[in-house]
Design a protein around this ligand. Structure first.
Ligand SMILES: CC(=O)N[C@H]1[C@@H](OP(=O)(O)OP(=O)(O)OC[C@H]2O[C@@H](n3ccc(=O)[nH]c3=O)[C@H](O)[C@@H]2O)O[C@H](CO)[C@@H](O)[C@@H]1O
Ligand SMILES: C=C(OP(=O)(O)O)C(=O)O
Length: 429
């Protein structure tokens, strides 16, 4: 059993490089299927989800070579649009292969998406997109089949704002016949990044980053190269680290405007923020004010940042309230924080936090990637040692969680416990 050990670390100080965004990377790698020539992506993080995609690529005949942060994909020899249900359900964004392979080959068989299992995560809007473009969708027990030999552009009105279905619609419509207009589209940076990549290959996508996106279908896409945007969610969590015990943390190689609502909240709780062109520094004396957070789709406060923010608010004297509007039940980290002494009550879609009390180290389990970051931050502020299991969830999103936290002075290590009569722990990194 692998676990992360975190010790009280005092004020955290240092600079940390922010890798490419997981959520954009997952879309770009599937989008590469749409090209008719070789594609190179730069800045790709080395995380577990990418290893899953490498397996899927191999199965369908798309050559994928990774050299550091550079990934080269050759989609010219794809011979299958059947994706193993086990591989599809090993991460969330496998649904992008449905949009991309449907657009290029007219049929795809794929299992249901996996990913962080914090709540129900419907895909009805993805299915609505495929059907609106003229495809037939058949649902079976472990997989679904989408078939449409000639997709036709149309107007699509999303019932709710979803980044995943907006990106999938862009993928599917990019090679459809005629014009598609997406209304009530998500405006997330990952949507803009995917559109920018496809436009670089010759797609005609206009308005990404607004809630109305126009896609004029093309019949051919060139090869080309593109650099993935930096991970705003990892950056946000590191900036919060500066407030845990006081300190100064600089995140480098970021796009500050992607973090607007996060930075505004950090300032509201008393963390000073200074932005450069591609870096942000957060300073904190350790004295924080309680506040109220409501998550929302971009540019609102990201649901993927509410967990580390909850850890931060445990350090703010007084009552804070965190309301989860994107995934109302996404609070699996709360019972784990309570094991460390946190005073948090859950009512409906809100967490009521009484902050300013000391946390005590102990064992806690990370049920998903952001819950892991939250527990890690809490462990750095708790008295004694904190042991966090569920490391595989954290490694889905972080390429070097230990190295990057050590860069800001955190006392962390990954260990492995083997139980052979006596309990023996081995330090892995
Ligand atoms: C791989 C990836 O990029 N994951 C991110 C993506 O997930 P994911 O793409 O799953 O999230 P969406 O943006 O699609 O979901 C946003 C909202 O729309 C709802 N919805 C979504 C699709 C659908 O068909 N029907 C529906 O009702 C969801 O329940 C949620 O309330 O955005 C989430 C919201 O920012 C993030 O937490 C995830 O980290
Ligand atoms: C929810 C997340 O990931 P996924 O959608 O891949 O499960 C996340 O990154 O916080």
């Amino acid at each position: 059993m692998k676990y992360i050990q975190a010790e009280y670390s005092g004020p955290l100080n240092g600079k940390v490089h922010i890798p490419g965004a997981k959520n954009s990377t997952l879309a770009l790698l599937a989008a590469a299927c749409l090209a008719d020539d070789i594609v190179t992506l730069e800045g790709i993080p080395r995380i577990d989800d990418i290893r899953m995609i490498a397996g899927i690529s191999q199965d369908i005949g798309m050559e994928l070579k990774q050299d550091g942060g550079q990934v080269t994909l050759d989609p010219r020899w794809i011979h299958s649009a059947m994706i193993d249900p086990g591989k599809s359900s090993s991460y969330r964004a496998s649904y992008y292969f449905a949009g991309a392979l449907l657009a290029k080959f007219g049929r795809v068989t794929i299992g249901f998406p996996g990913g962080d299992d914090f709540v129900s995560r419907p895909i009805d809007q993805h299915i609505k997109v495929f059907q609106a473009l003229g495809a037939k969708v058949q649902i079976f027990k472990d997989y679904y089949v989408v078939e449409g030999t000639e997709l036709k552009g149309t107007d699509i009105y999303f019932d709710t704002i979803t980044s995943g279905a907006t990106i999938n619609a862009i993928l599917a419509a990019s090679r459809a016949k005629g014009r598609t207009i997406l209304h009530n589209a998500a405006v997330d940076p990952e949507v803009v990044d995917t559109a920018a990549f496809l436009n670089q290959l010759g797609a005609k996508i206009y308005g990404a980053g607004t809630d109305r996106i126009r896609i004029d279908g093309v019949s051919y896409l060139n090869g080309g190269s593109h650099t993935v945007i930096p991970d705003r969610l990892i950056a946000g969590a590191f900036l919060m680290a500066a407030g845990m015990n006081g300190g100064q943390v600089t995140v480098e190689d970021v796009i500050p405007e992607h973090l607007g609502s996060c930075l505004a909240k950090l300032e509201e709780v008393g963390i000073e923020v200074e932005c450069g062109e591609n870096h942000i520094t957060a300073y904190s004396s350790g004295l924080l004010r309680a506040t109220r957070i409501r998550t929302g789709m971009y540019p609102g406060f990201a649901t993927d940042l509410q967990q580390p923010m909850t850890a931060l608010l445990l350090q703010a004297k007084g009552k804070s309230i965190v309301t989860e509007r994107v995934y109302p039940m996404r609070f699996a980290h709360v019972p784990q924080l309570r094991r460390l002494g946190a005073e948090i009550e859950l009512r409906k879609e809100s967490a009521f936090i009484r902050g300013g009390f000391p946390l005590q180290g102990g064992w806690a389990h990370a049920t998903d990637v952001r819950a892991g970051t939250c527990l890690l931050l809490a462990g750095l502020a708790a008295e004694g040692s904190t042991f966090i299991t569920g490391v595989e969830h954290i490694e889905r999103g972080y390429e070097d969680v230990i190295g990057s936290f050590r860069a800001i002075g955190a006392k962390v290590s990954i260990q492995e416990r083997s139980s052979n009569g006596m309990v023996e722990d081995r330090i892995l990194s």
